[in-house]
Write a new protein. Structure first.
Length: 302
């Protein structure tokens, strides 16, 4: 391919079509008239010798060729954007806001280290933490309301960038001098003790209950709480038992709880940082991502 003869604006058109899967919405996304977007699609089809996007009810569906091209196009646009913004980013004098969506537990782990880091590297930036809403987070990242999010996420759209840089696992917490739990915890004692469950929904079942079901066992959930950071304090004042992320262990110990390994095999999970391609390619966004990686290599370390 003669790169000098290729209109790089077609890459923007391809990206918009891939993300919106609708000619009209794609045109609006990058500020083109719909006929101009249709013309861009025709030129893309001619260049790649493929339909790329086929009409389906309600929009367009990418072909296998388009699916294969999408990651390379996204990366090319990122490189071009970064090159065009390569004027030195003066973090020390920069003003702006970094908005991070995270759970209260993640905020507790991240905020002190990141705040201290920014105080020395970017003192005029404002750091704002927002509650993580997994149902809305993709839209929030897309429209720029959120700079990045930290948590555990399932399948993500190709336009959302994911960096896995931490892991967490389960531990059990009970109050010190618990009447029936000593310095170790058997499965029998685990099942006999009433439990407190951390959950953001009305569902009273969790990963632990799924693991117990495989063993033909179950536990009694006596209390649920949506506030992770309150759980250690609640446990320290009751005879309940809770199975919580290991990252909550130090908080639990300070609240007067003992931390014990669970008496059954439970999975660990990854902690991810996610952001949009647009944010990743911006000067402030790239700085924010680098800052959190540098100062918070593992947000769940105790």
């Amino acid at each position: 391919m003669n790169i000098l003869a290729f209109d790089l604006n077609l890459l923007k058109a391809f990206s918009a079509l891939y993300q919106e899967q609708h000619v009209g919405r794609a045109a609006e996304r990058i500020g083109l008239a719909q006929p101009s977007m249709s013309n861009a699609l025709a030129r893309l089809r001619l260049h790649f010798d493929d339909a790329l996007f086929q009409r389906v009810p309600g929009g367009m569906s990418p072909t296998e060729r388009a699916e294969a091209l999408a990651p390379d196009v996204a990366r090319a646009l990122e490189i071009l954007s970064g090159t065009l913004q390569a004027t030195a980013f003066d973090a020390y004098s920069a003003e702006g806001e970094i908005v991070i969506a995270a759970s209260d537990l993640a905020v507790l782990q991240i905020a002190p280290r990141l705040t201290n880091h920014l105080a020395h590297t970017a003192p005029n930036l404002t750091l704002r933490f927002a509650q993580l809403n997994k149902r809305k987070i993709i839209a929030q990242l897309d429209n720029g309301d959120i700079t990045l999010a930290i948590g555990t996420f399932g399948r993500l759209p190709a336009r959302i960038r994911r960096t896995t840089y931490g892991t967490d696992s389960f531990v059990c917490i009970a109050r010190k001098n618990h009447p029936t739990i000593g310095q170790s915890l058997s499965l029998e004692k685990y099942l006999e003790t009433p439990h407190a469950l951390m959950t953001l929904s009305a569902d009273r079942r969790g990963i632990v209950d799924d693991a117990l079901k495989k063993l033909g066992k179950s536990r009694h959930i006596a209390m649920t709480s949506a506030n992770f950071l309150l759980m250690p304090e609640l446990i320290s004042r009751t005879d309940l038992l809770a199975t919580v992320p290991a990252s909550l262990g130090s908080v639990a110990e300070r609240a007067g709880c003992q931390v014990l390994p669970p008496p059954l095999a439970l999975p660990s999970w990854s902690i991810d940082l996610i952001t949009s391609q647009r944010t990743e390619a911006s000067a402030l966004g790239a700085f924010a991502i680098a800052a959190i990686k540098k100062s918070c290599l593992n947000p769940i370390q105790r």
